[in-house]
Design a protein around this ligand. Structure first.
Ligand code: C5P
Length: 223
């Protein structure tokens, strides 16, 4: 029996990456961050001076781009854009502010979803994103929708950014997160929404360890 795939979806800053990485590490699964792929495509579009409101040119670029996720130390992923390491650059606030526009273009999604399905073919992946349980891996045996209060999500994002040398105030961070949620949930193509069979976990007051244990327990009872 192949290892099951685990789909983790949810809004920005809910703690998906932290939890997904820990689950992958503890189970010996492959961690895949699909948001990083949309971020890499966004970086390329901005570098090329493309207008993100122009779906045709961005879609054509996305169909020809190479985005690779390489497993690095300690389950951290290296992101290669046309062979160039862009792991750090794609985390900048500028990319965060623009990525949801790129991700609302159907041709971009079509291309990246195809790559993501390919990556999960063998089983044993922990894949995080917005549409994993609904579109990329509708047959995943374990689907988690991770959420938390806006305040808590903004607080976590600010801490992450602070560690990278960016200072954003709480109010601005909450506004940016809400704007990203708004675009992600209201877009026509594959909007952010829990799959009907997803377990919804509000982790506002849970530690990452607690959520990891809940997911691992699900995997163990599944097998
Ligand atoms: O997870 P992260 O915050 O890095 O995702 C960045 C953006 O990429 C999201 O806000 C969303 O617009 C887009 N995304 C998506 N579908 C995914 C993963 C990310 O639309 N599966």
């Amino acid at each position: 029996d192949p290892k099951p795939n685990i789909a983790i979806d949810g809004p920005a800053g809910a703690g998906k990456s932290t939890v997904a990485k820990m689950v992958a590490k503890e189970l010996g699964y492959l961690y895949i961050d699909t948001g990083a792929m949309y971020r890499a495509v966004t970086l390329k579009a901005l570098r090329e001076g493309l207008d993100l409101n122009e779906p045709v040119s961005v879609g054509e670029m996305a169909a020809a781009v190479s985005v690779e996720l390489i497993a690095g130390d300690d389950h951290n992923l290296k992101v290669l854009l046309d062979g160039e390491d862009v792991t750090e650059q794609i985390r900048s606030p500028h990319i965060s502010r623009n990525v949801s526009l790129t991700a609302s273009i159907p041709a971009v999604r079509k291309h990246l979803v195809k790559l993501q399905k390919e990556m999960a073919k063998q089983g044993g992946v922990v894949m995080e994103g917005r549409d994993i349980g609904t579109v990329v891996l509708p047959d995943a045996r374990i689907k988690i929708y991770l959420t938390a209060s806006t305040e808590e999500r903004a607080r976590r994002r600010r801490e992450e950014l602070f560690a990278k040398g960016y200072h954003v105030d709480q109010e601005q961070m909450e506004a940016e997160i809400l704007e990203r949620d708004r675009i992600d949930t209201s877009r026509e193509a594959d909007p952010l929404t829990p799959a009907p069979d997803a377990e919804i976990i509000d982790c506002s007051s849970f530690t990452a360890e607690k959520v990891v244990k809940m997911i691992k327990d699900r995997v163990l009872t599944e097998r």
